[in-house]
Design a protein around this ligand. Structure first.
Ligand code: ADP
Ligand code: ZN
Ligand code: ZN
Length: 700
């Protein structure tokens, strides 16, 4: 046993075992080699992390256990990949082993060296990129596309923010950029990320049509373990020239990485919301810089962070680090839809769908066009209540109401999952007349069916209304078949949550309506308006995508918004499709209030049996931070309960910490981490069930 190896393994969270474990080995395995190592009573997968250290002249160390088999049929993971993992671990306050092992396909943990070698033999070597089916360059680029592509291809590396309206041809720019890159460099690889699994099949089809089936693999959590392993191996060996995936794909091992595309870069799904809370978009930018790869962030409504980071130089301000590229015009699609605001203050009380909107949808039905009605709340009604005694359908385990689902007559908690059949009478006073309060997609669907019962389609048949949300799409394949029904024209009015707002290229939708978007205007979360604006812009982008169809119908595309706050600046910007004005106004507010992107934040969160215990831990943590170097450059706010304070009988509290300097915040977090582990073992830490740090949190 002549060598000591430091190995990254997945240690239980917060075991405080340190980042790497040392083992003895007869062979000097190079960093990046995958090995099996004993851990407790199990044998687990690990990654050799550091260069081997000779044990020749060392004191014989009885404590070092020997490594098991090395999976040496596989090329070691590269230095750039290890740097990415180490950076993510450091930045997001997790262990190297946790990030490294989560980034590897789960099946690698179960395969023996021989089994793996067999899999590898099945894979063929990298072939030339076949420009198949579609011809090499199927469309002539527009002037805007040409200019954007030229600018991206001009330099060596860098990060580009491609700001293009929905339907402006961003995807075509990605395709062309990838094609040029792969043609110029036989070893080059490209990574293309999308926010939602649902969007991968569409994109995969487009890339495979252009580059051939073998050049493209996908990586997302909807795949089986064998599929994921096959994709991962193809990426790692270089055989796959293009990797498409969701946020997890940012950690794909790609030795030839030269281009990263993050489509819909503003999308909140890029931020992992459990475990290591990383932002795949931010890691993509970091990875691009580290590997000298180009990074394209694409969006119609960029995150304010990226928008700010791509600001042009002005006066004293040297400008941001990203290059901003604009593609304002839609291709092949009509003009962006006309935005109509309905002032709900002027409607009769209890109006759900205003008469004008009803009429507009009715006209579309009569012409055989499709409409999309959008409400960001699923279920039948968010609350069931008794008018006699005031009983409400609270969840006994959470500080939240259970949602009434009429379809299966259940009350369901959307936070802990607790589900019961709807009681026949008020559980508190026996009143049989308990009633739904408010409205979700199920109820909206029912309501629309009643409203349009008397309206007929051009051929005299009845109106067809469909709903797409998390409930309607639970079964495997349900979403695909429901989307297919919309595409093939079997639906006249589509009701749904934000699920239908994203990405889908519906050709016959000429009207999109948001019936109740006001909630986000006055949310305590400072990012809520930003999310609402992009969601509404994106929804609007679903209407009138096919100019030829619009012309043939003699129709104009419309986006309807029902609101009690028609004068709100968000809506006036939306009306003009003016992202720039919206961003300017938001950034002014953020700058004045010292909020991101002008400040950097992290949350320390604690869960405990009681709110007092959770807050006591946070307050003790805050006191411990006082003495740390540079603590004066970081503001620590008081501990507060989360908006939904109790979930599944666990009380949750958080503390915001903030600094104008990212480096200062990072320095404090790094010093704080060991203190937090130690604190857990003191009386203040006793009642704490778990704690976590969320760096650059998305919602506060
Ligand atoms: P985005 O990703 O910005 O929403 P897409 O790249 O999907 O836009 O393009 C929208 C539609 O326009 C697609 O059907 C695409 O095939 C088509 N398209 C894109 N670029 C061109 C072009 N230069 N000429 C003709 N059609 C184009
Ligand atoms: Zn009652
Ligand atoms: Zn609950």
């Amino acid at each position: 046993m002549a060598w000591r190896l430091d190995i990254a393994v997945q240690t239980p969270a917060h075991a405080a075992l340190g980042d790497l474990l040392s083992y003895a080995s007869p062979a000097a395995l190079v960093p990046g080699t995958l090995v099996r190592v004993p851990l407790g009573r199990r044998e687990v997968l690990g990654v050799v992390w550091n260069p081997p250290v000779s044990l020749e002249n060392a004191e014989p160390d009885m404590a070092l256990k020997p490594v098991g088999a090395a999976l040496d049929a596989l090329a070691p993971l590269g230095e750039a990949w290890r740097d990415l993992v180490a950076f993510a671990a450091r930045y997001y306050q997790r262990s190297i082993g946790e990030i490294a092992l989560a980034a590897l396909p789960p099946q690698l943990r179960d395969l023996s060296g021989t089994q793996l070698a067999r899999r590898l033999r099945r894979k063929t070597a990298a072939g030339p990129v076949a420009e198949t089916a579609e011809a090499a360059h199927p469309v002539a680029l527009s002037a805007e596309q040409t200019a954007a592509l030229a600018r991206i291809e001009a330099g060596e590396a860098g990060t580009f923010l491609l700001v293009g309206s929905t339907g402006s041809g961003k995807t075509e720019v990605y395709l062309r950029c990838v094609a040029d890159l792969l043609a110029a460099d036989p070893g080059a690889q490209a990574l293309v990320m999308v926010p939602e699994i649902n969007l991968t099949p569409q994109l995969e089809a487009r890339f495979k049509a252009r580059f051939g089936d073998d050049a493209v693999v996908s990586l997302h959590s909807g795949m089986t373990n064998p599929q994921r392993l096959a994709s991962w191996l193809a990426a790692h060996s270089g055989a796959a020239r293009i990797v498409l995936g969701t946020r997890m794909a940012v950690f794909a091992s790609m030795p030839g990485l030269k281009l990263v595309v993050v489509d819909e870069e503003h999308d909140p799904s890029y931020k992992q919301q459990e475990g290591a809370r990383y932002s795949a978009r931010d890691l993509a930018v970091w990875r691009g810089q580290r590997e000298g790869a180009k990074v394209i962030l694409g969006s119609a409504t960029p995150s304010l962070e990226s928008w700010h980071q791509s600001r042009p130089a002005e006066g004293e301000d040297p400008g941001g680090r990203y290059v901003r590229l604009a593609m304002p015009s839609r291709i092949g699609a009509g003009e962006l839809p006309t935005v109509r605001l309905v002032d709900m203050n002027l409607q009769p009380p209890k109006t759900v769908i205003s008469a004008a909107l009803l009429d507009a949808i009715g006209q579309r039905i009569a012409r055989g066009e499709q409409s999309m009605v959008f409400l960001n709340r699923r279920g039948y009604a968010p609350v069931l209540a008794c008018a006699d005694c005031g009983w409400k359908s609270e969840c006994p385990h959470c500080s939240a109401y259970r949602v009434f689902h009429k379809i299966d007559r259940t009350l369901r908690c959307h936070h802990c999952g607790f589900t019961e059949r709807v009681p026949r009478a008020c559980p508190s006073c026996g009143n049989p007349d308990i009633a739904p309060v408010g409205r979700g997609t199920e109820r909206l669907e029912e309501h629309l069916a009643e409203l349009f019962a008397a309206v007929t389609r051009p051929d005299g048949s009845a109106v067809r209304i469909a709903r797409i949300d998390a409930d309607s799409t639970k079964k495997q394949g349900a979403l695909e078949s429901q989307l297919a029904a919309v595409h093939s024209g079997e639906v006249d009015v589509l009701v749904g949550t934000q699920m239908i707002a994203k990405g889908h290229d519906f050709r016959r939708i000429t009207l999109v309506a948001a019936v109740n978007p006001d909630g986000a205007l006055f949310s305590s979360d400072f990012r809520a308006p930003e999310r609402l604006f992009s969601l509404l812009m994106q929804s609007a982008g679903r209407a009138g995508r096919d100019a030829a169809y619009l012309a043939a119908q003699g129709a104009t595309a419309e986006m309807w918004i029902q609101t009690h706050h028609a004068q709100h600046p968000l809506f006036s910007a939306l009306r003009r499709h003016d992202y720039t004005a919206f961003a300017r106004q938001q950034l002014e507010e953020r700058a004045a209030a010292g909020m991101p992107p002008f400040a950097f934040q992290a949350l320390l969160r604690a869960d405990a049996r009681t709110q007092e215990a959770a807050q006591a831990f946070l307050n003790a943590a805050s006191a411990a931070a006082e003495a740390l170097e540079g603590a004066d450059r970081v503001v620590r706010y008081p501990a507060v309960p989360l908006a939904i304070q109790r979930v599944a009988n666990v009380e949750r509290a958080q503390m915001l910490i903030e600094s104008p300097s990212r480096a200062a915040l990072q320095r404090l977090l790094a010093q704080w981490q060991p203190l937090l582990h130690a604190l857990r073992r003191t009386p203040e830490g006793k009642g704490v069930i778990r704690w976590l740090v969320d760096v650059d949190p998305h919602s506060i």
